[in-house]
Every structure is written in C-alpha cells, then in structure tokens.
Design a protein around this ligand. Structure first.
Ligand SMILES: O=P(O)(O)OC[C@@H](O)[C@@H](O)c1c[nH]c2ccccc12
Length: 260
C-alpha cells in the first residue's frame, strides 16, 4: 500500500485527476454490468487470473505471454479475466489490462490495491469492467464511496473479505459481489474452507466468489455444491501449459448442471 501510495503521487503528476476524468467522461457508460450478468447465470463460474509473480510465491510465470494467456482463457469459456496491475510485488502493469480488454471479449477485473478514487478512473480508462475493493485496507466510508463511484462509472466491484466481520462490512457498504479470500493477507496461510463457511452468512442474492488457493477437482466440487457463484483461480492456471485442459480437469467432478 505504501508503494501504491507513492506511485500514485507520480502518476497524478504525469496525468492529473482532472485530465483523467475528462478522458473517462468521453467513454460510454452502460449500466448493464456484464460481469454480474455472467455470474448470475446458474452454476459455478471461473474468473481466471493473469499473474506473473506474487509476494507469497515469487516468480510464477517467467515466460509471460499475457495476451495469449487471456485469449486461451476466453476460448476455454471463463466468465471473467483478472489482471494483476500492481508492479512492485506482482510484476503487473495497467498496460497488460488495457491490451487484454481491447482484444478479448470477456469482462476484465483490475486486480490491485485500490486505495484512491484515481485508480478507479484509471481502471475505467483502461477498459476494465470490474475493480477490487479490499475491506481490510479501506475505511467503511471509503468502501462505500469507492463502491458508489465504481457503479456510477458502470464498473462492478468485488469487495474482498477474509472473515465474518469483513463480510458484514462489505454488506453494510452495499457490496453486490463479495470475494472471500482464502489466503490470509497477513500471514499468507490458505484455508479454502473459509469460503464454504462464509457463504452461509451471505444472502443468496449477493454474488459470492471464492478466491485463492484453489488447486484440485475436489476443491471445485465442494465449492460448486456450496452454491458459490464463482472461483478466482491464479497460480494453478498460470502454471498449467494447457489452460483449457486444466479447467476441464478441475471441473471433472462437478455435475454438468452445476458447471459453466
Ligand atoms: O493464485 P491463487 O492462489 O489462485 O489466487 C488468486 C487470487 O485470489 C489472488 O491473486 C488474490 C486475491 N486477492 C488479492 C488481492 C491482491 C492481489 C492478489 C490477490
């Protein structure tokens, strides 16, 4: 977050907020929220992540043909593509997102540590359909404001929570999509049962995504049975040479009517 705050100072100097807002004002704003429309279809949806590296795993993909990876995900039928744009710890770039959004017809999530409205306008300008808002790093006031700003720009928001109190905060802010992160961002431990437990706290009309640490067909089968709407999968897919084959394998234990 400190690195992000520092980078924002430079980015705002290079492209002031007022100018960025003008660019965004020239873009079409629709209220059809394609990502949410996808997730509302029955069954368990996949949001596949384009991620080169991470603080917990180091370098994941030394060879990183990000556009080809996104195209492979699209051909495999995913409902969303998550693109890491954080440069210092995940080796991401906003340019990866704009290239993918311009060339692939699947809603794209800007995966970053959103700590300033400037980043929401940047996401819109880059062609994202969804942003990430992490409960643990925002005040309740910021969470509500950023969610409203995103919606007013026609962007959906995944509000990321890790425990029951954070899920309650996401709901209080008006989240339409809650992402339950199975990875504890404080110590990097992963427990995907977190998603199964917290689904019970979230009303059926609120979309829920299970995030992180999903590796096996048994994981996917349990999440599908728990009526979770989507899974966000990064490392497992990034390490698979054949993305479509890996997704077919992961969904091999899910009854056909529960899959997507
Ligand atoms: O690679 P995994 O374990 O499948 O995890 C993907 C995604 O959930 C993870 O990248 C993530 C979840 N929340 C985040 C917040 C910031 C950066 C990254 C993340």
């Amino acid at each position: 977050m400190a690195a992000t705050a520092k980078r924002l100072v430079a980015e705002k100097a290079a492209l002031p907020l007022a100018t960025l807002k003008q660019q965004v004002a020239a873009l079409p704003v629709t209220q059809d929220f394609p990502f949410e429309a996808n997730l509302r279809q029955p069954g368990l949806h996949v949001i596949a992540e384009v991620k080169k590296a991470s603080p917990s795993k180091g370098l994941i993909a030394p060879d990183f043909p990000y556009l080809q990876i996104a195209k492979d995900y699209a051909v495999a039928g995913v409902s969303g593509i998550s693109v890491l744009t954080e440069p210092d710890y995940f080796q991401g770039q906003l340019a990866y997102l704009s290239t993918i959004a311009a060339n692939v017809n699947v809603p794209v999530l800007r995966k970053d540590f959103t700590i300033d409205p400037y980043m929401i306008y940047q996401a819109k300008a880059a062609g994202a359909s969804v942003i990430l808002l992490i409960v643990a790093i925002l005040t309740p006031h910021q969470l509500r404001d950023y969610l409203n700003l995103a919606h007013s720009l026609g962007l959906s928001a995944i509000v990321e929570a890790h425990d029951a109190a954070e899920v309650a905060a996401a709901q209080a802010a008006g989240a339409r999509i809650i992402g339950v992160n199975n990875r504890n961002l404080k110590d990097f431990t992963v427990d995907f049962h977190n998603s199964l437990t917290l689904r019970q706290q979230i009303p059926a009309e609120t979309l829920m995504i299970a995030e992180s640490g999903i590796q096996t067909p048994a994981d996917i089968a349990q999440l599908a049975a728990a009526k979770i709407n989507g899974v966000l999968i990064g490392e497992t897919l990034m390490r698979a040479p054949d993305k479509a084959a890996k997704l077919a394998e992961l969904f091999s234990e899910v009854p056909a009517h529960d899959a997507n």
